[in-house]
Write a protein of this length. Structure first.
Length: 354
């Protein structure tokens, strides 16, 4: 049985295989002024969520075919679906609260329930949705608003160093250069935060085109080689010939390679950084190996988590590797780390062949 036609964007999706239960939920919520859309099984509910995400899902646990736990898991695993509060509903005492919450549900209510209790839980879940939406909008607005004055300040500082407003002493020029460098670091951090935010919201649009990884890696190595020379370490690259092109977003893959090589140089004081490109029957493999300070086993477990910061004084704000993982995931690939303290680190990521 198909879902009812939507009248407006904001609505609550109620999912249950028993029509009488759906009618009861619909009447209770419409009394509060909510628009309610009905689905009679998990498959129909998932299609509706992907077509037009609701503000809240009331989801029966025990349904034939796909139960409420599985529907919840699939919604939470789909990165293209924005956050939607899920309220699990069941009449069975043996239904597992733990299993429901582990699957990704936000609340759990048992039948038979009082109408006012259901209405109150729905109001609570909608407040949660509003709070999270406001937070996400705040992050996006904040990053945009902070970038504008930083860019403007750098342009003004550039004019000053060009002596557009009068002669600049060596001391002043050095101070201005330090300010510009700090502003550039801030802009880089804001751009990374904004990109991460877009991936998390499923709002990042990728342009998949044929990408020559050998050429791309060579470009990045050439660009970062001066950093290695400044530290008196060797930046090497060993790129297999005739490696198949991949289908990917060239700019985003460049971001990953730049981040990994840049980090390797940053955390290596002696020795070398080696970049390799190879392939097997199904994947293209890119590896960055350094002889640097290494990463502890404990940190390796959390290194790709958002806002993870290492214990070393050179550690960044914990977004770079998290963003790398989001980019590789979007390309249906995988990124891994292997390291030993004082013996160096190896980052490897793979992209499927087309």
């Amino acid at each position: 049985m198909p879902v009812t036609k939507l009248i407006k964007d904001n609505y609550i999706l109620a999912v249950d295989d028993i029509p009488d239960n759906l009618l009861l939920v619909q009447l209770a919520l419409e009394q509060e002024g909510h628009q309610v859309v009905l689905a009679h099984n998990g498959e129909t509910a998932l299609k509706q969520v992907k077509q037009a995400p609701p503000s809240l899902i009331l989801l029966d646990v025990m349904m034939p075919g796909m139960d409420g736990y599985e529907v919840t898991r699939r919604i939470r695993q789909d990165k293209n679906i924005p956050f939607i509060p899920i309220l699990l509903v069941t009449a069975r005492a043996e239904s597992s609260l733990v299993e429901g919450l582990d699957a990704g549900a936000d609340e759990f209510v048992r039948k038979p329930f009082q109408i006012d209790e259901l209405q109150a839980r729905v109001r609570s879940m909608l407040r949660l949705k509003e709070t999270i939406d406001q937070r996400e909008n705040f992050v996006s607005c904040l990053t945009h608003d902070l970038r504008t004055p930083l860019v403007a300040a750098n342009r003004m500082l550039d004019l000053i160093t060009q002596q557009a407003f009068g002669e600049v002493t060596c001391e002043q020029e050095e101070a201005i250069a330090n300010i510009v460098s700090s502003n550039q670091n801030m802009l880089k951090m804001l751009n990374t935060l904004l990109e991460t935010h877009h991936y998390e919201l499923g709002q990042k649009s990728l342009s998949f085109i044929p990408v020559d990884m050998q050429q791309l890696i060579s470009e990045v190595v050439t660009e970062l080689e001066p950093l290695a020379i400044d530290k008196n370490i060797e930046l090497q690259h060993n790129l297999e010939h005739d490696v198949a092109e991949i289908q990917g977003d060239r700019l985003e893959l460049r971001r990953v390679i730049t981040n990994l090589i840049g980090n390797a140089i940053k955390f290596t004081d002696t020795g070398s950084v080696k970049v390799s490109l190879s392939q097997n029957e199904t994947e293209i493999l890119i590896q960055v190996v350094d002889s640097g300070i290494g990463i502890s086993p404990q940190e390796q477990k959390t290194i790709f988590q958002r806002y993870h910061q290492g214990n070393h004084r050179r550690s960044g704000k914990g977004l770079g590797l998290y963003l790398c993982q989001q980019i590789i995931n979007a390309h249906h690939g995988e990124i891994k780390v292997r390291s030993r303290i004082d013996e160096g680190t190896t980052f490897t990521f793979s992209i499927p062949k087309p």
